[in-house]
Design a protein around this ligand. Structure first.
Ligand SMILES: CC1(C)Nc2nc(N)[nH]c(=O)c2N=C1O
Length: 161
């Protein structure tokens, strides 16, 4: 059963509660098992600065769903928690659920790109991911520890579980 890593992010409408509710919903997905969840981390927004700080986490899921089935399920959770897909690129959002990795799959399609296109240089993804998968090697052979060495922790604040 593929091990899937999901990035969670929120900076609107009580972000900590948004992530806790999303994790509960992910834990209820059919044919999936929530295997691990990182601590929550706060950080300033990457991109437009005139928006609230983000709260991020990463979850590990053992998943029998097909990639697009999982994507549909995650987008349904985003909608249920109030996310309206805004036109503003990189604007604030109630909830972002990104498939970071889907086993060793490498996919670059319109709806889904895995490994997630931006994950390699985002501290708010790499540090929570390393917390639950320290020895991870990405499908292209890069070790997560190597990515971490090139991505400073600065600006990230661990909020605990
Ligand atoms: C707007 C953009 C790029 N910035 C972010 N910045 C931070 N710190 N965390 C995010 O999850 C996040 N998500 C985004 O989509």
């Amino acid at each position: 059963m593929p091990r899937v890593y999901i990035g969670l992010g929120s900076n609107l409408a009580e972000p900590v509660q948004q992530l806790q509710a999303a994790l509960a919903a992910i834990g209820q997905l059919p044919r999936c098992r929530l295997a691990a969840v990182s601590s929550l981390y706060a950080s300033d927004p990457l991109g437009p600065p005139d928006q609230p700080r983000y709260v991020n986490a990463v979850a590990a899921l053992d998943c029998e769903l097909a990639p697009l089935e999982l994507l549909d399920a995650l987008q349904a959770i985003e909608r249920e928690q109030g996310r309206v897909r805004k036109t503003e690129r990189w604007g604030p959002r109630t909830l972002d659920l990104d498939i970071l990795l889907f086993g060793d799959l490498q996919l670059d399609e319109e709806r889904l790109c895995v490994p997630h296109y931006h994950m390699h240089a985002r501290a708010f993804v790499l540090y929570p991911l390393a917390e639950i998968a320290a020895d991870l090697v990405l499908p292209d052979g890069q070790a997560l520890q190597t990515l971490l060495a090139n991505c400073p922790f600065e600006g990230l604040e661990r909020l605990g579980d």
